[in-house]
Design a protein around this ligand. Structure first.
Ligand SMILES: Nc1ncnc2c1ncn2[C@@H]1O[C@H](COP(=O)(O)OP(=O)(O)O)[C@@H](O)[C@H]1O
Ligand SMILES: [Mg+2]
Length: 271
């Protein structure tokens, strides 16, 4: 489990700025959530009775076919939209809209092009009127994603992977107990993607937040998550709740990973 992993050394060449924080992730409860969109007046059912609980500090992947409703579910958990039916609560409290304690990272980094890397990461503290007071936290967030040397760079000067690291830092600066990741590595080239998968695990181990990762990539779910919820085609229902508690770093060729991958692909009807 997580506790044993906190002792792992930091990535080479990067000294830990702060001692690993004790796990302080949020508990999430999703209860019998139904959701539909009105499409030319006909309802388009997207979520069909989704229920699950996530323990504080867990890393859970939401895996399912494209278009099944994963992003919709994540938006509901973020508090961006209320569910048509059902209840979502974090640490026992029902959601009342979006909040920086639930960090969000999407497939596109959506940075302000006219602001520096530092300026982009500072948006949360600025909104709270605390950019100056929290300068240390902003620097720490940049260091966590390996971008200390790029504070003054602008988005157009960054690679795709670096821009996505800025988006991560922008979420992490708010020390979110719950980090919501919607295919955050989906547009990166395969080598950058592998490197950033390892970085996500390291960040999660360091910070102890609860992570909810939406992905349609079975291998990514198996490399990162302690638990994988497999969704059906739209309207999404949970088809399987798979525990994967093998230690990190994980290896694609590990026979257990290979077997799980095959079983999940089978379940998804793709082999
Ligand atoms: N705001 C919206 N209005 C109407 N339909 C939507 C809206 N958002 C998503 N959908 C539809 O809901 C379904 C699920 O979308 P989404 O949650 O984005 O799927 P996924 O993230 O699993 O690929 C899709 O058919 C999509 O077209
Ligand atoms: Mg999506």
């Amino acid at each position: 489990m997580v506790a044993g992993l906190l002792a792992q050394p930091a990535a080479p060449g990067r000294s830990p700025l702060v001692a690993p924080a004790p796990a302080r992730g949020a508990a999430l409860s999703v209860r019998d959530v139904h959701h539909a969109f009105a499409l030319r007046k006909t309802p388009l059912p997207v979520l069909d009775g989704v229920s699950f609980d996530v323990e504080p500090g867990a890393f859970v992947a939401l895996l399912g076919p494209s278009g099944c409703g994963k992003s919709t579910l994540l938006r509901l958990v973020a508090g961006l939209d209320p569910p048509n039916e059902g209840r979502i609560s974090v640490d026992g409290a029902p959601l009342r809209g979006p909040h920086p304690s639930r960090g969000l990272v999407f497939q596109d980094p959506t940075l302000y092009p006219w602001r520096s890397v530092l300026g982009n990461v500072a948006t949360g503290p600025e909104a709270r009127g605390r950019a100056r007071a929290e300068r240390g936290r902003i620097d720490e967030a940049l260091a966590l994603v390996g971008l200390s040397g790029f504070a003054d760079a602008f988005p157009h000067q960054l690679s795709g992977g670096m821009a996505q690291r800025v988006a991560l830092a922008r979420a992490l600066v708010n020390a979110p107990p719950l980090l919501l990741l919607d295919e955050p590595l989906g547009k990166l080239d395969s080598l950058t993607r592998l490197a950033m998968q390892a970085e996500l695990v390291r960040l999660w181990q360091d910070k102890g937040f609860t992570a909810l990762l939406v992905t349609h990539d079975v291998e990514e779910a198996l490399m990162l998550a302690q638990r994988i919820l497999v969704f059906s085609d739209r309207p999404a229902r949970i088809r399987a709740d798979i525990s994967c508690d093998r230690p990190y770093p994980r290896h694609r060729e590990d026979p257990g990973v290979v077997a799980d991958r095959r079983a999940i692909l089978d379940l998804l009807g793709t082999v």
